[in-house]
Design a binder for this molecule. Structure first.
Ligand code: ZN
Length: 447
């Protein structure tokens, strides 16, 4: 059995075929038997379907065309319309069988989708259903031009929602006039949760050898299909998998499942590596789950207050609003999926926290029985909301020296009474300030 990849693009005409051909040649250069597949093609010129011809030319084994391209239509229109005109219904089962045939004869199958990821294929199904039916890691070709950031992020989101792996992306520079090309590539590198496999320059004369060199397919190495049953044959490859790779895949599966606890059974279905490989590396399944920062046992009925406290601690440690990817142990004791399940999404969790923090403080009744506090309006310790308001007002910077964890990671911020509570200062926002731990040294910690 070989490995397959599904190549999709931010739009039609962004260079999926060019990239697919470069991938095929790069795998062939590694001595792999590689074949291209174009399940659906629409639009022929003089009796030829160029995408299919190019994929065949870039493949290093020859296979019957009906497997490489089960559906070919004449009109250069959306596949479902072209199929309707031709009186045909595209059937994913036919494509699945053709893929399995190719897969059984090769090491690598590069499947090139039609158009963008959500292009309709028949009355009900789209390219998403095709990618899911084949259950392949996806490679996203981003046609670099104005508007591509939105298209790329939407496509990445659709891939994630479909439960598929985004294995890598390629920046294909299709617009020689594009402004701020580098900045756009950097933006996507920061926001797409997968490796950039290469940047294809705008170069119509680019030769084949150059296009191979521009793609780093070793970055896809993680996605080699390693099955427990192949443990011994592949022991050499396994040594190259780092512990970090194993842990990040565990986290990926946790996020797909929106589970704070990953069970072995679920990992078997959706993980890239063998369960035994993970257990061997970390000693036990729970040790691996723990090392990945996930929960080894499900804590039920976690209160919102607890989640907000964890979020507050993360926020103050960073000195700014935490990103999705920063919600990890040890900085945050709960998995991001816990927030997602409770509030719907990470964004909604943040919104719930901010509106909680900005709501009115609850009046904490003073215990009149205590002689110390008999004359006081407020308790010594500001509650979570008040602390957060002080931090917000002070922009997460030390009022004495200006230090902030957002600029200098590791700076610890504390909330300090301006007029000490012991000398009659009340715990109200006007009498509180943010200080870094070193400026606050010598004073009693307030909470
Ligand atoms: Zn300071």
């Amino acid at each position: 059995m070989g490995q397959g990849y599904f190549v999709t693009g931010t739009d039609t005409g962004v260079g999926k075929t060019t990239v697919s051909c470069a991938l095929l040649r790069a795998f062939a250069a590694q001595g792999k038997k590689a074949v291209g597949m174009k399940p659906v093609v629409a639009g022929n010129e003089n009796g030829r379907w160029h995408d299919v011809e190019q994929l065949i030319a870039a493949s290093n084994i020859s296979v019957t065309r009906e497997y490489i391209n089960p559906y070919a239509f004449d009109s250069p229109v959306s596949p479902h319309i072209a199929a309707q005109q031709a009186g045909v219904e595209i059937d994913l089962a036919v494509i699945q069988r053709a893929y399995q045939t190719l897969n059984s004869q090769t090491d690598v199958v590069i499947v090139e989708g039609a158009g963008g990821f959500l292009v309709p294929l028949n009355a009900q199904q789209t390219g998403v259903d095709l990618a899911r039916a084949l259950n392949l890691p996806v490679i996203l070709v981003v046609g670099m031009r104005l508007g591509c950031l939105n298209h790329a992020l939407l496509t990445a989101q659709a891939i994630k929602t479909a439960g598929l792996i985004l294995a890598g992306w390629v920046a294909n520079c299709i617009d020689p006039q594009m402004l701020m090309l580098e900045e756009n590539i950097t933006t996507l590198e920061q926001r797409l949760d997968c490796p950039l496999l290469g940047v294809m320059p705008f170069d119509l004369e680019m030769d084949i050898q150059k296009s191979i060199e521009l793609l780093e397919i070793t970055k896809l190495g993680l996605f080699c299909d390693i099955d427990d049953s192949m443990q011994f044959e592949l022991s050499h490859d396994k040594r190259n998998i780092s512990g970090d790779d194993l842990l990040s895949d565990l986290r990926r599966v946790a996020s797909i499942q929106l589970e704070q606890q990953v069970k072995q059974q679920n990992y078997r279905n959706q993980g890239k590596f063998g369960v035994t490989t993970i257990i061997r590396r970390f000693g036990s399944w729970n040790a691996a789950v723990d090392a990945a920062g996930l929960e080894t046992t499900v804590e039920r009925n976690i209160s919102n207050e607890k989640l907000f406290t964890a979020l507050y601690e993360l926020w103050i440690a960073l000195g700014r609003q935490p990103n999705y990817s920063e919600v990890q142990k040890p900085a945050c004791k709960f998995h991001v999926a816990t927030f997602e399940r409770r509030f719907g999404s990470w964004r909604q969790a943040l919104e719930a926290f901010v509106s909680y923090a900005n709501s009115e403080n609850m009046i904490v009744p003073i215990d009149k029985g205590s002689s110390v506090v008999a004359s006081r309006q407020t308790t010594r310790c500001p509650d979570l909301r008040l602390r957060f308001k002080v931090l917000q007002r002070d922009r997460f910077c030390c009022c004495a020296c200006g230090a902030s964890p957002s600029i200098t990671p590791g700076i610890v911020l504390e909330i300090d009474h301006i007029k000490p509570w012991s000398k009659g200062g009340e715990t109200v926002i006007e009498n509180l300030q943010t200080l870094c731990a070193s400026c606050n040294q010598g004073k009693t910690n307030d909470y």
